[in-house]
Design a protein around this ligand. Structure first.
Ligand SMILES: [Zn+2]
Length: 189
C-alpha cells in the first residue's frame, strides 16, 4: 500500500512524492468518483455529459494553463499561476457566479470541486510535511526553478504534447463559452 509506505518508511521527500504522485487520468478519476457517487445516490442516475466535461476540465485546469506557460517561460514553474490562490480563488468565484446566473450552479460546483481536488493532491506531500508551499501565494512570493511534475518536466516530450492538448482543449472551452454567452444573452459574437 503506497500510503502506508508513505507514512511508515524512511523515504526521502522526493521518493515520497513519487510514491503518491498522481497523473492526469488519476486526478480526473479521483474528482469524478465522489461526483458520480453524489449524483447516483441523490438522483439515481449517472452524471450528465456536461458534468463529465466540467469535472474533466476542472480536474486538469491548473495544469492546462500553467504547464504550457512554463514551457513558454512565462511562469517560473508549472505549478504557479492557476495553482496559486491569488489566481485560483478569483477563477473559482467567477465560474460559480457564471454558473449561478445561468441556472447551472451544479456544473460550477462540479468544476470548482474538481479544481480543488487537483490543487489539494498537488500540494498534499507538502501539507503532510507540515509546510506551506510558497508557490500557493505566487506572485507574492519568489519561486526558485523546480524540476516540475514527474510526468512532464521541462524539456520532456510529454510537456510538449500536454501543451498541444491544453491549447486544443482550452480553445474548445473558449469557443463553447462564447457560444453559450451569445445564446444566453442574445448577442452575436
Ligand atoms: Zn498541477
Amino acid at each position: 500500500m503506497p500510503i502506508l509506505k508513505y507514512f511508515l518508511s524512511d523515504l526521502t521527500y522526493s521518493e515520497k512524492v513519487a510514491l503518491i504522485a498522481l497523473g492526469p487520468v488519476e486526478t480526473f478519476l479521483l474528482a469524478l468518483l465522489p461526483v458520480s457517487g453524489y449524483v447516483f445516490f441523490r438522483y439515481r442516475r449517472l452524471p450528465t455529459r456536461p458534468m463529465l466535461f466540467v469535472v474533466f476540465v476542472g480536474s486538469q485546469f491548473p495544469d492546462l494553463v500553467d504547464k504550457p506557460l512554463e514551457l513558454a517561460r512565462v511562469v517560473p514553474w508549472g505549478r504557479v499561476g492557476m495553482h496559486s490562490l491569488p489566481f485560483a480563488i478569483p477563477v473559482a468565484v467567477l465560474v460559480l457566479m457564471y454558473a449561478r446566473t445561468t441556472d447551472r450552479t451544479h456544473l460550477g460546483v462540479g468544476f470548482v470541486f474538481a479544481y480543488t481536488v487537483h490543487w489539494l493532491t498537488d500540494w498534499t506531500p507538502k501539507f503532510l510535511e507540515g509546510t506551506i508551499p510558497p508557490s500557493i501565494f505566487w506572485p507574492f512570493t519568489t519561486i526558485s526553478k523546480s524540476p516540475g511534475a514527474w510526468w512532464g518536466g521541462p524539456g520532456q516530450i510529454f510537456l510538449i504534447l500536454w501543451s498541444i492538448f491544453s491549447v486544443i482543449l482550452l480553445g474548445l472551452v473558449f469557443v463553447l463559452l462564447l457560444k453559450d454567452i451569445s445564446q444566453r444573452y442574445g448577442h452575436r459574437i
